[in-house]
Design a protein around this ligand. Structure first.
Ligand code: GDP
Length: 527
């Protein structure tokens, strides 16, 4: 293993910030970029929040999608570290996009609003992290506003996110009386100066019992702080980095992203404890980042909105070895060799052509329809990376051709949009009709619009009342066949020809689960 490669791997931190909309993800991202010197003024990062306005307000959504390309990946250097932040769409209709982005990161920071606590979107995203044992750090934001008691928040985090927590910083009051945070990880006191949007000076405290603390924050708050810290030590086991790396415990920080307060503490701890790129499982074998041969996979495809040039950017996560420009790589699915003259890297907000990239980095490859989500590129070896599951969609419609002259275009369009991961398609085994499943209403509009503008095809939606689609399997072939026979009207196949059961209600699903104990029902395509 070359030393250069090894050093590059160890200094990389590739992660995503996730939150329910409005918790402060964009603000926190921006402050992290400010610390990295990647931007110089606040307000430079555009939120890629897709605000759902009237359904016909397409151009607005297109524009907003454009913004999200620019902010898809933000790389910057911080001290000796190379940090890659992967942005995730805030709009819940694009949750599937977010799920897939989580397959390309090594860790996650979750932002929670101190007043609102854990919200729906956070809960769902955490489920994905738990599935993958992704290490998670939690940042409780907006401490400058009135909010909940920090101990209550910790309890809620544990219960709702189903993970043990360990506070590594602790607030002194909250809202108008917020005075700062005690940094448990580094044992120092950071005092908050409202309105001054600068980084506070840290006062190193060797012992919280020192009279200096009383002097700095007042006697009664000092007494309260000592009591709180004692309680924390009594209730929560000492922080253990290994447990964090295994996804068993989530360290918690408190602060205010808007006021740049508690952000540096978060970042400094993050670079120290967060994992660098680790081995990834392929179907064939485990692949280590330090291997000399390059490998990577496509986790996201972003279509360019220019209808005249149907060009896309395929986002490739480098898994092992060094990626180099203009070198031939094997595209495993098509078994073709390809070379890339203009791969781009994302530094801060700019896209630049790069000559090389290392494990943990994300490169953008201009594409004209060759790539699918999950595709592997290698120096030559036959590898298929695991871990790009599809999730059970929640909304369903039959898709029908509305222009008989354009059947071919429609087929091609649907196929490509599904490859891009816009939605999932199932073919009903009973009547052969095609069903599109999504996680949100907006995706149906995206599909219809793009079929028309990019493929010249027209589709029509017809209602189908379904509750969930789930993948089924069994070790007992007879049991599987019996199930399929009994449910033949509700059986379908996914794009890979796998069996999918279409349950029309929660009740039907539960009955099926209890009536057919030999069948396993899966809510993600990878099992
Ligand atoms: P996102 O949807 O998670 O990306 O949230 P944004 O970063 O866009 O923040 C949502 C709103 O909360 C914005 O109006 C921010 O100015 C505000 N905000 C973010 N952080 C703080 C904070 O620490 N304190 C207060 N008072 N407001 C904040």
């Amino acid at each position: 293993m070359s030393e250069e490669l090894n050093n590059e791997i160890k200094r990389r931190r590739t992660f995503a910030i996730i939150s329910h909309p409005d918790a402060g993800k964009t603000t926190l991202t921006e402050k992290l970029l400010l610390f990295g010197g990647a931007i110089h003024v606040a307000g430079a990062v555009k939120s890629n929040k897709i605000k759902k306005t009237a359904t016909s307000d397409w151009m607005e959504i297109e524009k907003q999608r454009g913004i999200s390309v620019a902010t898809s990946v933000m790389g910057f250097n911080y001290g000796d570290y190379k940090i890659n932040i992967l942005d995730t769409p805030g709009h819940q209709d694009f949750a599937e996009d977010t799920f897939r982005t989580l397959t390309a990161v090594d860790s996650v920071i979750i932002v929670v609003d101190v007043a609102k606590g854990v919200e729906t979107q956070t809960r769902r995203l955490m489920e994905v992290c738990r599935m993958r044992n992704t290490p998670v750090i939690i940042f409780v934001n907006k401490l400058d506003r009135e909010g909940r008691d920090p101990f209550d928040i910790l309890d809620e985090l544990e219960q709702e996110l189903k993970i043990n927590v360990r506070p590594l910083s602790w607030p002194i009051n909250i809202g108008a009386k917020f005075k700062g945070v005690y940094n448990i990880f580094e044992q120092g006191l950071d005092l908050f100066t409202p309105s001054k949007q600068t980084i506070s000076e840290r006062v190193e405290i060797e012992d919280v019992n020192s009279p200096l603390v009383d002097e700095l924050i007042g006697h009664s708050d000092a007494v309260k702080l000592r009591e709180d810290l004692e309680l924390i030590d009594g209730v929560y086991p000492e922080f253990n980095v290994e447990e964090y790396l295994n996804g068993e415990v989530a360290p918690v920080f408190f602060g205010s992203a808007l006021n740049t307060f508690g952000v540096k503490e978060l970042l400094d701890c993050f670079v120290k404890i967060a994992p660098y790129p680790k081995a990834i499982d392929a179907v064939e074998r485990r692949v280590y980042p330090s291997e000399e041969s390059f490998s990577g996979f496509v986790f996201k495809i972003h279509a360019n909105m220019d209808p005249n040039h149907r060009s896309c950017i395929a986002f490739v996560k480098v898994c092992s070895g060094k990626f180099e420009r203009n070198v031939n790589y094997r595209h495993v699915r098509s078994d073709k060799m390809m070379r890339f003259a203009a791969p781009t890297a994302f530094m801060a907000q700019k896209k630049n052509v790069v000559d090389e990239a290392y494990p943990g980095d994300i490169i953008g490859i201009p594409d004209t329809g060759n790539f699918k989500i999950g595709d592997t590129l290698t120096s030559g070896e036959l590898l298929h990376f695991k871990g790009l599951p599809s999730f059970s969609p929640e909304m369903f419609k039959y898709i029908e051709n509305a222009d008989p002259m354009k059947a071919k275009q429609l087929d091609k369009g649907i196929r490509q949009l599904m490859d891009e991961g816009v939605a999932q398609m199932f073919t009903n085994s009973f009547n052969g009709r095609k069903i599109i499943g999504t996680v949100g209403q907006l995706q149906f509009e995206v599909i219809q619009y793009r079929l028309l503008h990019e493929y010249g095809a027209q589709c029509r939606w017809e209602p189908i009342s379904l509750y969930k689609a789930c993948w089924i399997e069994s070790d007992d072939n007879n049991a599987l066949e019996a199930f399929k026979k009994r449910k033949h009207q509700f059986m379908a196949t996914d794009k890979d020809g796998r069996d999918v059961f279409l349950a029309d209600s929660n009740y039907v699903l539960q009955m099926a689960q209890s009536d057919f104990p030999k069948i396993r029902f899966h809510f993600a395509s990878e099992f």
